[in-house]
Design a protein around this ligand. Sequence first.
Ligand code: 5GP
Length: 109
Amino acid sequence: NIFQKIINKEIPANIIYEDKLALVFDDISPQAPVHMLVIPKKNISKLSDCEKKDSEILSHLLLVVKIITDKLGISDYRVVINNGSEAGQTVFHLHLHILAGRNFGWPPG
Ligand code: 5GP
């Protein structure tokens, strides 16, 4: 999938943060002034495929959201995971959207 190619540096992305378990980069089609994607380096296609053994990765992804938003001085933001095509998932490699820089409505569309 396309995100595996970004992890492997086979296609370019504006990488914001990288560590052993995770990668953060700007979304190519931003839906807000700030729109980044946080992904595990492990190939997990969606949240519902996760197992108990993935708990370290899953908690790490949320911690990365906190680290990155702190670093960028972003206090108000929305984190979204689309799970499955009916929920809007188009890339089948688990990712958290971080959206910020504008007001967001609720419920989401
Ligand atoms: P989903 O719809 O699966 O929740 O989110 C996939 C996201 O990946 C979309 O917001 C889309 O704009 C983004 N995206 C798709 N292809 C690429 C790409 O090649 N590079 C980057 N940086 N983002 C991508």
